[in-house]
Design a protein around this ligand. Structure first.
Ligand code: SAH
Length: 399
């Protein structure tokens, strides 16, 4: 990929790119039509043809590609990727040295200098996510760079982009010694069963590490906990270990039942003393309302967008209503953990939704604490949208 395509940055965007804005957007470039192949090296110049930055073309929901360097002579070869990965690994030394946490993100896209690429670590196994076809064109260089910089048991990958409109499920195994799944990893001393060979979701979302710890260490004790959109029940496990009276996990997906039983079991928690319910959360809210159930803690961690038989849920549109349903079944002085990974809005707007929900329910509340992405999910200061996670701990107050 030695040819470099010249892209003309429109005048009003020039300063942004000079200041390190990493994503190539549709609006910012005047000659996108010239670009043909995913992975093509693109050179950003101003209207007078002066060099600004260099990157690659790769379409994903966020944009049209990513800036990788401000050095005009840089070549995107193995050395370049090796440098980036080595720096990223060094930045995670604290995690590598912590025997209680053996799963974390070692490379976070543009935060570590390469948009479209993330790498996670699961106790010796590395998992690469390719977010567009462009970056996937550099797979040999990147995989060789990862091999050169780490002691890996094996490397796995997930392609998170469609080819000709279709997601092609391929073997996820790249190199090394195939794992026997589940492998058991640890997070702050708690175990997770991880499957690197079962599609994009491997068993845990690592970005919630601090939230899980906070639930266990500060809030769970003695509470009845409702965990909605619970997936493998990671929050429930932490709540139970923190001394919750009982947890109830609700998720629509059939797989969530066996996966949640497994998570409890590997942590020596009697799953039969917990409720694990496969159901649409919105149904469950109705049921809980009818039975007059109340919870001391409710955890809300919906996907940004989901379609079930009866509902289409979009965080941007429907979070306020989700909160209203939650407020109705939360005890006075109970805690609501409201989380969203929607990148289309920020913390301010999210808090606006929380405030509106309480207002419409004529309820009072207090903010307890809030979280965004943890440090291993490194973000670029020039691209705050990359810090998509918003988690707010709220206490419902007797009104
Ligand atoms: N909170 C989880 C991650 C949630 S992933 C964790 O901490 O690990 C999103 C989950 O929401 C998926 O497991 C999906 O099956 C579930 N889901 C989506 N729509 C739902 C609905 N209407 N009711 C219940 N679960 C739903």
């Amino acid at each position: 990929m030695s040819e470099e395509m010249i892209l003309y940055v429109k005048p009003k965007f020039i300063n942004e790119y000079k200041n390190g804005f990493p994503i190539l957007t549709k609006e910012a470039i005047s000659n996108w039509n010239d670009v043909k192949d995913e992975g093509e090296v693109v050179k950003l110049v101003d209207t007078k043809h002066r060099f600004i930055a260099k990157g690659y073309y790769g379409r994903q929901n966020k944009g049209y590609g990513w800036v990788l360097t401000k050095n005009e002579l840089e070549k995107f070869e193995q050395d370049f990727f090796e440098d980036k990965i080595a720096t990223a690994l060094k930045g995670r030394a604290e995690f590598f040295n912590d025997p209680d946490t053996t799963a974390f993100r070692v490379f976070n896209g543009e935060g570590d200098g390469i948009g479209g690429l993330t790498i996670e670590y699961f106790d010796g196994y590395y998992l690469i996510h390719w977010y567009n076809q462009g970056i996937y064109k550099y797979r040999n260089e990147i995989i060789n760079a990862l091999k050169a910089t780490t002691d890996y048991k094996a490397i796995y990958q997930k392609k998170r982009f469609a080819t000709d409109g279709k997601y092609i499920e391929e073997d996820d195994f790249v190199t090394g010694e195939q794992g026997e799944f589940p492998i058991i990893v640890k997070e702050n001393g708690v175990q997770f069963a991880i499957y690197l060979n079962e599609g994009a979701m491997v068993g845990v979302f690592l970005d919630q590490r601090e939230v899980r710890k906070t639930i266990r260490d500060k809030y769970a004790k003695g509470k009845t906990v409702l965990n909605t959109f619970s997936y493998t029940g990671a929050f429930s496990v932490f709540a139970a270990l923190g001394g919750a009276k009982k947890t109830t996990s609700v998720d629509l997906a059939n797989r969530s039942l066996s996966k949640t039983i497994e998570q409890f079991s590997i942590n020596h928690i009697d799953y039969e003393a917990q409720d694990i319910i496969v159901e649409d959360v919105f149904h469950y809210f109705k049921y809980a309302g009818k039975k007059n159930l109340k919870f001391g803690m409710v955890i809300l961690d919906p996907p940004s967008f989901a379609r079930s038989k009866k509902h289409t849920f979009s965080a941007a549109k429907d979070y306020t209503n989700l909160l209203k349903e939650t407020i109705a079944i939360t005890e006075d002085d109970g805690v609501i953990v409201a989380s969203t990974n929607a990148s289309s809005f920020g913390m301010k707007k999210f808090k606006g939704m929380i405030e509106r929900a309480f207002k419409e329910m004529s309820g009072k509340f207090k903010y307890l604490e809030e979280y965004t992405l943890p440090s291993d999910f490194k973000t670029a200061k020039e691209f705050p949208e990359g810090n998509y996670l918003k988690v707010v701990f709220i206490q419902k107050i007797k009104g």
